[in-house]
Write a protein that binds this ligand. Structure first.
Ligand code: C5P
Length: 224
């Protein structure tokens, strides 16, 4: 069967990863959460006190960073590993969300991550979610979806996700974080969050997960 690349881009917390995970499982494709990669880099920078404005320090740190994904039977999804250590739980915490957009705006960081992402999907058969997948990482992706949703609905979903993991965060703080990240992600010079010209818009505000998955599966079916 023909294998393609499915690029799911869009705003923070509008269901990209959950949809991508389900679509990948249905198709027997790999799922790559590129946000997790930028979060893992942020964690490394945080733990090693890397000065973000110092290119030499950033370059040296990037050379020491190895990111991989490993399937977790228990969760039924892949966990992200930073230099051999499972950091799946740590990178989802609020303090990482607070610093990730600054980290991901650094050109050296983007170059390193984009190169890895292109390598990971070179045999196609991949669902990749992020901000610049359809516009920059794989401009030739066969399926491109740009996801968005009402900011309050996104924040409520994010709050529930954090609560399920035991972190209680005020809704206003989450709304503020999502807004800040959207602005930083959309206005950076390198690989900004943008809807690719040939991407199909999907507003998930009032869609169930099943509807989102079916929407993407239908687009996939159309290109086979
Ligand atoms: O998808 P998630 O919300 O986990 O992404 C965290 C952050 O990583 C985003 O807010 C953005 O700053 C960055 N990111 C990016 N490019 C991607 C994926 C994520 O800049 N392809």
């Amino acid at each position: 069967m023909k294998k393609v690349i499915i690029a799911l881009d869009g705003h923070s917390s509008c269901g990209k990863s959950t949809t991508a995970k389900r679509v990948a499982a249905k198709l027997g494709y790999a799922f790559i959460d590129t946000g997790a990669m930028y979060r893992a880099v942020s964690l490394y920078f945080h733990e090693n006190h890397v000065t973000l404005t110092n290119p030499k320090e950033v370059e040296k740190a990037l050379a020491d960073i190895h990111i991989s994904f490993q399937f977790n039977e228990h969760r039924g999804a892949s966990d992200v590993y930073l230099n051999g250590l499972n950091v799946e739980e740590e990178i989802r915490k609020m303090y990482i969300s607070e610093m990730v957009s600054e980290t991901s705006a650094i050109t050296l960081v983007r170059k390193a991550m984009v190169a890895q992402q292109q390598q990971m999907a070179k045999h196609r058969g991949v669902v990749m979610d992020g901000r610049d997948i359809g516009s920059k990482v794989f401009p030739d992706a066969e399926v491109k979806v740009f996801m968005t949703a009402d900011p309050v609905i996104r924040a409520e979903r994010r709050q529930k996700e954090l609560l399920d993991k035991g972190e209680l965060v005020d809704l206003d703080e989450i709304i503020d974080n999502l807004k800040k990240r959207d602005i930083l992600d959309s206005t950076r010079a390198e690989g900004p969050l943008v809807q690719a010209e040939d991407a199909v818009l999907m507003d998930t505000s009032f869609m169930t997960l099943e509807e989102q998955v079916n929407f993407v599966l239908q687009l996939h079916q159309n290109v086979l």
